[in-house]
Design a protein around this ligand. Structure first.
Ligand SMILES: *[C@@H]1O[C@H](CO)[C@@H](O)[C@H](O)[C@H]1NC(C)=O
Ligand SMILES: *[C@@H]1O[C@H](CO)[C@@H](O)[C@H](O)[C@H]1NC(C)=O
Ligand SMILES: *[C@@H]1O[C@H](CO)[C@@H](O)[C@H](O)[C@H]1NC(C)=O
Length: 427
């Protein structure tokens, strides 16, 4: 009895005193993992009557409304409005992407976890995203906007290779850099732990590699990447060819295809030839097949000619290099979930759903891609890399599943040093 009692006190004391000693954590969500707001200007030309400027009815006094996520996207005529407003455009003269004419967008609550918790705060149940992860981090002493921050971004825009502009993506990297510095400064100069999900990991690795090593050493304690698609996914090819309704039964994937093709972040997720090696066919059609080295030809053949130049010049050089950031990295990935590995199209072409051959992965990202850093940095003296595989956890349940959340907390606690280890033992 006495022993339990004193252990409880010790646990309590450790927990309360450790809050200020924790390394602050910054969450970087995946694609579609935060809210996005829009406002229509007088340049906006609605694609249909329904899509007029009065829709949606509820806007704030300055005309802003939530573009992502809004459940009306699930209903036919509104899916078209959504596409029109969400689509982005490549401008060959500027060599950069921009919003649809008359559509302004902004990312609410940068710095806070608020817009990462639920994609629609009115539909918390079905649109919960990082809420379980944040709850779980709170249990080990993390507090929003004290030592826990969120870095939402406009996930439609990717980054581009060196010497190519990417205004929106680069602005996000510079905002994230400032957030890292201010977070560290407001936490007694402690370097931060970056905790990303999916596409967020690709942005984080670029941020690290685009800043001097002295900056990284000063500000970054550790980078934990959950479910990062380092080398892209075969599923991305299916999205570009035939659209992807992400399992929402009411949405016709062909209705969202044009918008999905337009997003430069999606192009970034095409299978990398560095990772999907050896000319293995990923897509097979009656006319021939496509490996990861044939993505430009694939884009041409599916009828997305506009994507060929940006892919070759802006994306390909980006997915051919995996430089060591020389800060400690942990990849936590799901495995053992059937994941599209090869797509077989029939005579009716790319508008039909392909027959899918499955392989190992997290349901979305192929194992090869999840483990790509391991294959590049294996045996390196200068790069610490730890890979944690959790069997049966999918691309998104990694943010909700109790075993996964415990594993993530355990990793963060051990990064935070011995104090947190003793907390775990007392449990
Ligand atoms: C990185 O990991 C190595 C090996 O565990 C450890 O010795 C080192 O202190 C870590 N660096 C930081 C900044 O945590
Ligand atoms: C195959 O080639 C024919 C003739 O060029 C074309 O009409 C058809 O759409 C192609 N099918 C696929 C799946 O590429
Ligand atoms: C890493 O290298 C070791 C020794 O060279 C090898 O046994 C192991 O299979 C490699 N692991 C991966 C994931 O490449």
């Amino acid at each position: 009895m006495a022993i339990y009692f004193s252990m409880a006190i010790l646990f309590y004391a450790t927990k309360t005193s450790s809050t200020s000693q924790l390394h602050p954590v910054i969450l970087i969500p995946g694609s579609g993992g935060n809210q996005l707001e829009a406002r229509l200007t007088s340049n906006y030309k609605p694609s249909s009557l329904l899509c007029n400027r009065w829709y949606p009815v509820f806007k704030d006094p300055d005309g802003w409304f939530r573009l992502w996520f809004d459940p009306s996207v699930l209903f036919g005529p509104y899916t078209k409005c959504f596409n029109q407003r969400m689509k982005i455009y490549y401008d060959p003269d500027k060599d950069d992407y921009h919003n649809a004419p008359g559509v302004e967008t902004r990312v609410p609550y940068f710095g806070s976890t608020q817009s990462l918790l639920y994609l629609d705060p009115h539909l918390k149940g079905i649109t919960s995203y990082m809420e379980p992860l944040v709850k779980s981090l709170e249990k080990i002493g993390y507090v929003n906007e004290k030592n826990l921050f969120g870095a939402p971004y406009d996930f439609r825009y990717g980054l581009a290779a060196k010497d190519h502009p990417s205004k929106v993506g680069s602005k996000f990297l510079s905002d994230l850099k400032k957030l890292i510095e201010s977070t560290s400064n407001s936490n007694k100069g402690k370097p931060v732990i970056l905790l990303s999900h999916s596409l967020g990991g690709l942005f984080a690795l670029q941020l690290l590699n685009r800043n001097p090593i002295s900056w990284r050493q000063k500000y970054i304690k550790h980078f934990i990447a959950l479910s990062a698609p380092w080398g892209g996914t075969v599923e991305a090819m299916s999205t570009f060819a035939s659209g992807n309704s992400f399992g929402v039964p009411l949405v016709n994937p062909l209705f969202v295809r044009e918008e999905q093709r337009s997003c430069s972040s999606n192009l970034w997720l095409m299978p990398s030839p560095k990772v999907f090696k050896g000319n293995k066919p990923l897509v097979i059609t009656p006319n021939g097949s496509y490996s990861s080295s044939d993505i430009a030809r694939f884009l041409q053949d599916i009828g997305f000619v506009e994507g060929v130049y940006p892919y070759k010049e802006r994306v390909l050089p980006l997915v051919e290099r995996f430089d060591e950031p020389r800060v400690n990295v942990t990849c936590i990935v799901g495995s053992g979930v059937k994941t599209p590995e090869m797509l077989i199209y029939g005579k009716s072409g790319f508008d039909e759903r392909p027959e899918v051959v499955y392989g190992d992965g997290d349901g979305t990202v192929n194992m090869l891609s999840l483990l790509a850093l391991e294959s590049f940095w294996n045996g390196s003296e200068s790069q610490f890399l730890k890979v944690i595989k959790i069997h049966g956890v999918s691309h998104t349940t990694i943010l909700k599943d109790n075993i996964a959340l415990d594993r993530i907390n355990k990793e963060i606690s051990s990064i935070n040093s011995g104090i947190s280890r003793s907390v775990i033992q007392l449990y």
